[in-house]
Design a protein around this ligand. Structure first.
Ligand code: GLU
Length: 453
């Protein structure tokens, strides 16, 4: 069937969605990936399930559907590292470019023992949707290396980072693909990446990476940006439900870069943050936790909350089931599942992490009337300030923190409103509203650019 790619006049949504996609047995057989079984913990499959739902509602053209669900390019590279012991070890590295229709691809790099291709593919696609929702001119990508950074020395991590960068030198570039921090990577790792790239191209190229130290071209407010976006998303959601920060309680799962900042800023807005957690477990204080004290404790105790005495210890399961107004999962994927979603008592779930809620859990939360602010909106603050950083690097002119924060707040709020409007238009959960908003933008951009043949 012909794909409607002749360009005039400018497309309406109906034009774009010309060939109805219906989820009946016949079409599913055509669209289905060869994977025979559904693994509920596989992030790529869980992403695709939501994508399919939104595509179905949009009656997305079949060709567009195929196009948007595919990764544009997948790079898998062996990364040899001489360890401190002298032993040579080879790590598996990935960089997946999901889509570049809206601009150069953008997305973080994570270092973790369970990094695998399907996870990186899902995270890359999420970046495409995230950038589209907040309106930053980037496509989506993600990278990762399967390794255990907790068992590696700084020197080993540096050599791993430099060799990974060198292997992917032709992939990265300020106008091509721009990495950033993600799980277990930080400003220092970005600095090594910047240096390695710059050495190869024989000039200092700050705009090749974001989330780097301010001294070498990073942006004010980048480190706090994801947590700040979680805070503004939470306030927007509260406004919709007529809740007041001063009368609301919050539980935050995860106390890393996202969770700790979100907790601190929500506290500043007047919320009572009654529970936080990290890998050492949960901490609960019904009178509100002193977040500054918790952050300081963590900094002085090997980046762990273990032994923090400003709250009583609880389990991770107990934290998720607390009787609070807002639950912010800011740790990692697959935390709210069909097994524990029924225990959630919060009125609002704000996803600081990528993919913390499985599709099964989504169904339960929706049925129970919980407003879920999805990851691709709620944690888009990070990539938004990454965009500001990239703009500043290219201009060689740097903004004040106040300017960064004002612009971030504005973009997060307008992203929220746009997603909420789709949610009301289609009568769907916010997550599906977010996918609809993003898919429409990327599909419209593709229609305008056309397919190069
Ligand atoms: N890793 C972050 C995310 O998942 C930030 C990506 C970026 O700034 O490019 O959104």
């Amino acid at each position: 069937m012909a794909i409607p790619f002749d360009t005039h006049p400018l497309p309406s949504q109906r034009d774009l969605m010309a060939t109805p996609f219906k989820r009946d047995v016949k079409t599913r057989a055509v669209y289905q990936e060869p994977t025979p079984t559904f693994d509920k913990d596989n992030p790529f499959q869980s992403m695709m399930e939501r994508f399919d739902y939104a595509a179905e509602l949009l009656e997305l053209d079949r060709g567009l559907y195929e196009y948007l669900r595919s990764s544009s390019r997948i790079h898998i590279t062996s990364v040899p590292v001489v360890m401190d012991s002298g032993e040579l070890k080879v790590f598996q590295g990935y960089r997946v470019i999901h889509n570049e229709v809206l601009g150069p691809s953008k997305g973080g790099i994570r270092y973790a023992p369970d990094v695998h291709l399907d996870e990186v593919k899902a995270l890359a696609a999420w970046m495409t949707w995230k950038c589209a929702i907040v309106g930053v001119p980037f496509g989506g990508a993600k990278g990762g290396i399967t390794c255990n950074p907790a068992e590696m020395s700084p020197g080993e991590i540096e050599r791993l980072t430099r060799r990974y960068t060198a292997n992917l030198l032709d992939v990265f570039g300020p106008d091509k693909d721009i990495p950033a921090p993600d799980m277990n990577t930080n400003e220092q790792v970005m600095a090594w990446l910047l240096d390695t790239y710059s050495m190869h191209v024989r000039r200092t190229e700050p705009a090749v990476v974001t989330g780097k130290p301010i001294l070498i071209g990073g942006s004010q407010g980048r480190r706090e940006a994801t947590g700040r976006g979680v805070m503004t998303s939470t306030l927007s959601a509260m406004e919709k439900l007529g809740m007041r920060p001063g009368q609301s309680t919050v539980a935050v799962q995860g106390f890393g870069n996202v969770g700790s900042v979100a907790a601190q800023l929500l506290r500043e807005q007047g919320c009572s943050v009654v529970a936080v957690s990290d890998v050492s477990g949960g901490y609960y204080n019904p009178n509100g936790i002193d977040i500054d004290a918790a952050i300081e404790y963590m900094a002085n105790h090997g980046r762990s909350l273990a032994g923090f005495d400003g709250a009583e210890p609880i389990s991770n399961a107990e934290l998720l089931a607390l009787d609070v107004d807002v639950l912010a999962p800011c740790a990692k994927e697959n935390q709210l599942t069909s097994e524990n979603a029924g225990d959630v008592k919060a009125k609002i779930v704000v996803e600081g992490a990528n993919g913390p809620t499985t599709p099964g859990a989504d169904d339960i939360l929706n049925e129970n009337g919980v407003l879920v602010v999805p990851d691709i909106l709620a944690n888009a603050g990070g990539v938004t300030v990454s965009y500001f950083e990239w703009v500043q690097d290219r201009q060689g002119y740097f903004w004040s923190l106040d300017r960064v924060n004002r612009r971030l707040d504005r973009m997060m709020r307008s992203g929220f409103d746009a997603v909420y409007a789709e949610t009301e238009r289609f009568g769907v959960p916010m997550r599906i509203g977010a996918y609809i908003n993003a898919i429409e933008k990327v599909a419209n951009a593709l229609r305008l650019r056309g397919i190069y043949a």
